[in-house]
Design a protein around this ligand. Structure first.
Ligand code: ADP
Ligand code: ARG
Length: 346
């Protein structure tokens, strides 16, 4: 049974779902269902069950982005600062600025990931158990086509010993097995079936299979050589693109289950030691936000900084090229490093 009344939210809730779900919008979207069976309730479930959500919705399929547009469009425009269209992709690195010496001294590692989903399938929140297995099969079939430098092993999550899994998570190579936002969105159904990690022999390149998106293609390295990390990532993306067809539209770029990842679907992050700025985390987050950057903890989203080290990444992904995002990230990192240098030490 669908919800008939406009859902209500607590005063403490600050989600974009709460902000944009007006009576008028509700009248337009209530009772709708996509061809793969994704309903208005399913769209909003995470935000209703998890009132501390920042966003509060997940798309179930490509059609969600048109059918539920009266709610999703304002959320997209709010998060990304524009409604699209998305420009041509550009992963070139020749014109990127350099990290300043102060920034270099503070950057411990760099990770760049893109999200991708397969054309012809629903997204994770609406996919069936059988389709999820088919997605895993198609991805693993593409793996032997990776170039020599990226070759490695696919590790299915089913049957993986807990100690091995915990070690991979602790080393930032694997997703966590619990996430209440993903659970509410229906993304943890039949866990851990058809989920897995492809890891290259040198551990610089990896692919997460069937987590929040069907693929998260990732390059990770020590230090701050962003162009090097991009070179590794683009080799992987190019090889996979020859064997898999990714879901994308002209307006929204690559389609992802969470609207924050649309467009480039790229999150480029550095682990950065900001020992002086760490004394006042709220101000650090405010300053980073003003630079278009997001601050996360050392173990990713919803974790805490540790020993003055934070995960600093680009916030916006739609209506901006990869190159522009990286340029702003590098400029922002240089700026934070300078602020940290100038900040009075305790
Ligand atoms: P995502 O990037 O996929 O949106 P998370 O924020 O959960 O998701 O991060 C995934 C993992 O990547 C976490 O273990 C996080 O600590 C790790 N990570 C992110 N950036 C870096 C980095 N620059 N160096 C090392 N690990 C990183
Ligand atoms: N659904 C969560 C929220 O609304 C996370 C949103 C962004 N992060 C993500 N991993 N998609 O707060």
């Amino acid at each position: 049974m669908g919800i008939s009344e406009l859902p209500t939210f607590s005063d403490a809730c600050a989600s974009l779902l709460k902000k944009h779900l007006t009576q008028t919008v509700w009248e337009e979207i209530r009772g709708l269902k996509t061809a793969s069976g994704y309903t208005t309730e399913a769209l909003m479930r995470s935000g209703l069950e998890q009132p501390d959500s920042a966003i509060g919705i997940y798309a179930g399929d490509a059609e969600s982005y048109t059918l539920f547009a009266p709610l999703i469009d304002p959320i997209i425009a709010h998060y990304h600062g524009n409604p699209g269209p998305h420009p041509k992709h550009d992963l070139s690195t020749e014109t990127l600025p350099f990290l300043s010496p102060m920034a270099k001294a503070r950057v411990l590692s760099t990770r760049i990931r893109v999200g991708r989903n397969l054309a012809g399938f629903p997204l994770g929140p609406a996919i069936t158990q059988e389709q999820r297995h088919e997605v895993e099969r198609l991805i693993t079939q593409a793996l032997p086509h990776l170039p020599e430098a990226l070759k490695g092993t696919y590790h299915p999550l089913s049957g993986m010993p807990e100690t091995v899994r915990d070690d991979l998570v602790a080393r930032h190579l694997l997703f966590k097995s619990t996430d209440r936002f993903l659970t509410s969105a229906g993304l943890m159904r039949h866990w851990p079936e058809a989920r897995g990690l492809f890891l290259s022999h040198d551990e610089r390149f990896s692919i997460w299979v069937n987590e929040e998106d069907q693929l998260r293609i990732i390059a990770l390295e020590k230090g701050g050589e962003i162009a090097e990390v991009i070179a590794c990532l683009t080799q992987g993306i190019a090889a996979l693109s020859r064997h898999l067809s990714f879901l994308a539209t002209k307006r929204l770029g690559y389609l992802t289950s969470c609207p924050t990842n649309l467009g480039t679907a790229m999150r480029a992050s550095v682990h950065m030691a900001l020992h002086a700025l760490a004394a006042d985390e709220a101000t650090l987050k405010k300053n980073a936000a003003a630079l278009g950057l997001q601050v996360r903890g050392i173990h990713g989203e919803h974790s805490q900084g540790q020993g003055g080290v934070y995960d600093i990444s680009n916030r916006r992904r739609l209506g901006i090229t990869e190159r522009e995002s990286l340029t702003r990230l590098i400029e922002g990192i240089n700026c934070l490093a300078e602020m940290d240098e100038r900040h009075p030490r305790p």
